[in-house]
Design a protein around this ligand. Sequence first.
Ligand SMILES: CC(C)(COP(=O)(O)OP(=O)(O)OC[C@H]1O[C@@H](n2cnc3c(N)ncnc32)[C@H](O)[C@@H]1OP(=O)(O)O)[C@@H](O)C(=O)NCCC(=O)NCCS
Length: 119
Amino acid sequence: MARWADPSSKTFIIEASGEVIGMATLYNFRYEYCEIGIKIGCKAMRGHGYATEAVELLVSYCFKNLDLKAVRGTTLAHNQRMQRVFEKCGFKQVGDDSIVSRFDNKRYAELFYERKRDS
Ligand SMILES: CC(C)(COP(=O)(O)OP(=O)(O)OC[C@H]1O[C@@H](n2cnc3c(N)ncnc32)[C@H](O)[C@@H]1OP(=O)(O)O)[C@@H](O)C(=O)NCCC(=O)NCCS
């Protein structure tokens, strides 16, 4: 929710059949790229292709409306759903690292993804 109030990011509500089911954020705008984050809040609404559709729409918005040349994303190595969403949306894995979680103080592997504009 901190990103919702951050004027340097763009946060979108995801709706399905008129109901709010999630949020997506474009943030960390840098020279010719930004990052994307997404959450489908209601677990029953996961696995229906909504995140894939939202990421496709936002990537198109970034390239066509914002004239960016790349969109990047990060996910934890155990988050296979998000990796699949990135893959379905044409993102390539471009690196990896590890972070210490502020929630449980454990170290987790994270994967970096990038989708480049075709031209
Ligand atoms: C990650 C998340 C955004 C995906 O949203 P979603 O609407 O369920 O995604 P989609 O339905 O578009 O695609 C999910 C894909 O993952 C696949 N999948 C589901 N569970 C999986 C698993 N355990 N292992 C591998 N793939 C899995 C689905 O089959 C689908 O792929 P397919 O279309 O080839 O069958 C959603 O699960 C979520 O909000 N999770 C909690 C927040 C989160 O993790 N956000 C990302 C932080 S980086």
